[in-house]
Design a protein around this ligand. Structure first.
Ligand SMILES: [Fe+2]
Ligand SMILES: [Fe+2]
Length: 385
């Protein structure tokens, strides 16, 4: 489902116009965008350095594929084939996400590097299908043709929704791979996987899961930048993304339902893992204590006057930062968000010191101060349709 946020952006722009023109300490949208852009750029430079130094594996040479087992269960092979299918759309994912972020140097360049890492995942799963001797090259080529007959397109075409979607998607993918690694270590209690212990497969799953964890962390940091500087839009986007979440390519992979059933029956992934492991972990790191409170806060907005006497929508954070206050309060610990953003800028600062970039342009944290001068108070909120 396409969710165009341009109308909401226009709505917010109208509200922005109503602000007093010279509110001291208030960051303009242009300033916020610059700070978010600098955050993404610094994070991307740090990420690239880390990725090259510690995760520069090769799908052919980093594994001794000749030692891979050749008696895996049909269920395990079906799961590997499904993972291959999902990762097969790396060119579409990369094209769409890079284009969406093209105005942002750090975020768009990161998407290229991310795409190069995702591309290796498809190669690795393909090697497992081939070296397990359970699929011939011709079979895989035919399957790949079927997959490539359809193109993946972004489920959300606004940058904030897209990054929130990738946060949950990366975490879910990491979880899938970690659980398959357990099967390959012989730790599953499911009878269908009784003969599937395979150290090389376990190692391969672990290597990819580490990549997915790194992706998850990048997108999480980026999402927190938006949440910090644009809390209203980001919280509305968060609710929207959670309402409409599906795993990537679910609608275009042939026999996707059978793949999902095999994952579910095998205890690899399903609604229970999504609800218990994926969503709560990500929400906690976004400072969200209760998504229901966030939803309620968005629905039950109340209008309060700003300094200029103009009525604006609700206050969503208490001045004591985290204490709930009536119906309009969202379940967000904003202090968690600010602390995380500060830590991100500290990390970027240390990296820039290390490589000398600080001598030619230091990236520094700038706090978000709202016009009320009582921080975290009197924030307008973008109520969804
Ligand atoms: Fe991947
Ligand atoms: Fe990933």
């Amino acid at each position: 489902m396409k969710t165009d946020c341009s109308m909401k952006t226009d709505y917010l722009r109208e509200i922005e116009k109503q602000k007093p023109p010279f509110a001291p300490g208030l960051l303009s949208r242009a300033e916020k965008n610059r700070l978010i852009g600098r955050g993404f750029h610094g994070l991307y430079r740090w990420y690239t350095d880390r990725s090259q130094a510690s995760r520069n594996w090769n799908p052919d040479r980093s594994f001794d594929w000749r030692t891979l087992g050749q008696s895996h269960s049909d269920e395990l092979i079906a799961i590997v084939e499904g993972f291959y299918a999902v990762e097969q759309y790396a060119p579409d994912y990369t094209t769409e996400l890079t284009h969406l972020a093209r105005a942002d140097y750090g975020r768009s360049h990161f998407q290229l590097r991310w795409g190069a890492e995702e591309e290796k995942h498809a190669d690795l799963w393909r090697n497992i299908l081939l070296f397990s001797r359970r699929r011939s090259r011709e079979q895989i080529e035919r399957y790949t043709d079927d997959l490539r007959a359809s193109a993946w397109t972004l489920p959300f075409d606004c940058p904030i929704r897209a990054i929130l979607y990738t946060v949950f998607q990366e975490r879910a993918t990491q979880f899938n791979y970690m659980n398959l690694a357990k099967v390959a270590r012989g730790e599953s209690d499911k009878p269908q996987f009784a003969g599937d212990a395979d150290p090389l497969l376990a190692e391969a799953c672990k290597v990819i899961a580490v990549d997915e964890a790194a992706h998850y962390n990048f997108f999480l940091e980026g999402a927190r930048l938006y949440l910090y500087y644009y809390p209203e839009e980001t919280l509305a986007a968060l609710v929207d993304v959670l309402r409409n979440f599906t795993m990537p390519a679910a609608r275009i992979i042939p026999n996707y339902d059978a793949f999902i059933k095999t994952l579910y029956d095998g205890g690899i992934f399903g609604p229970r893992q999504y609800a218990r492991e994926v969503v709560p972990a990500a929400l906690s790191l976004l400072g969200v204590e209760s998504i229901r409170d966030v939803e309620r806060g968005i629905k039950r907005t109340r209008r309060v006057p700003n300094e200029g006497g103009v009525l604006r929508e609700t206050a969503i954070f208490d001045e004591k930062l985290d204490a709930p206050r009536g119906a309009a309060v969202c379940g967000v610990r904003f202090s968690v968000v600010e602390a995380a953003v500060r830590r991100l800028f500290d990390r970027i600062g240390r990296y820039e010191e290390e490589v000398g970039l600080s001598e030619v342009g230091r990236t520094e944290f700038v706090p978000h101060v709202w016009e009320s001068s009582r921080r975290f108070d009197n924030i307008s909120i973008n109520a969804p349709d």
